[in-house]
Design a binder for this molecule. Structure first.
Ligand SMILES: [Zn+2]
Length: 247
């Protein structure tokens, strides 16, 4: 089910057929001079839509804001705090649980480390709180970086580079406005920086010139395949009894 499109009786029937819900997390974040601010959201929603259709899991509406640190001074990036993301995730899982869902797939299209770790932190608290749930936290971008290695030519391609440009060219070509210069930012090893844009002028990490719609199609399918595997692993998993309990 696409959860925001079904009726009350359809929800009631659907949750009896599957109690797995996928919640996509995106961002409103700069992606260079050529990709839209919604890049992470549109990528993750498409992957989740395809994975839901092929697994029977339900698709929740996407959260279009995330925790963005390194790009927060670039024009257009509007984010939320870790406290807000954590509280929002916990509220949503609790309420979907109250409405019958038991397996939760939290998928992020935004690969920010702090953002993804906040989802993990929320998931850990929920495991303690709700004994009958299972939770997966997936950064679909990290999955692509690993599984899509053979397709990607640029070294260390991360943000608005070859991978993301290819994916938006495939999904929404009308939103790609030309290209941006290749760029690899450099930050101090340990020191946190206030003037973040000084270290990352153009907001690109990788080489958009190596992008193509066909790579975008293949990378999207790779992400869908990995997400389907991870959903099946979650649904098949049977927990061993906690410490101190008898098996
Ligand atoms: Zn992105």
């Amino acid at each position: 089910m696409i959860l925001d499109e079904v009726t009350m009786p359809e929800y009631e029937r659907g949750v009896r057929e599957s109690s797995t819900v996928i919640i996509p997390f995106g961002s409103l974040e700069e992606h260079g001079a050529h990709l839209p601010l919604c890049t992470d959201t549109l990528q993750v929603v498409e992957v989740c839509r395809r994975a839901a259709a092929r697994t029977g899991a339900h698709l929740a509406p996407a959260i279009p804001y995330g925790v963005c640190r390194s790009t927060r001074n670039h024009p257009g990036t509007v984010g939320i705090s870790t406290a807000t993301l954590r509280a929002l995730t916990i509220d949503l899982v609790r309420d979907f649980h109250r409405q019958g869902m038991r397996s939760f797939v939290l998928i992020s299209g935004h690969a920010g480390k702090t953002h993804v770790l906040t989802l993990v932190d929320a998931g850990e608290q929920l495991l303690d709180e709700l004994p009958d749930i299972r939770v997966s936290v997936i950064s679909e971008y990290n999955e692509i970086q690993e599984a899509g290695k053979a397709l990607v030519e640029a070294e260390d391609d991360s943000h608005a580079g070859e991978i993301e440009t290819s994916r938006v060219m495939f999904l929404r070509p009308e939103l790609v406005k030309g290209t941006s210069p290749a760029e690899w930012p450099s930050y101090p090893e340990a020191r946190l920086v206030r003037d973040k844009r000084r270290h990352w002028q153009g907001g690109v990490w990788g080489d958009p010139a190596k992008a193509s719609p066909d790579k975008g199609r293949q990378l999207t399918e790779i992400a869908v395949g990995r997400v389907i595997e991870l959903i099946r692993e979650l649904e098949d998993y049977r927990e061993t009894p906690a410490c101190g309990e008898r098996p």
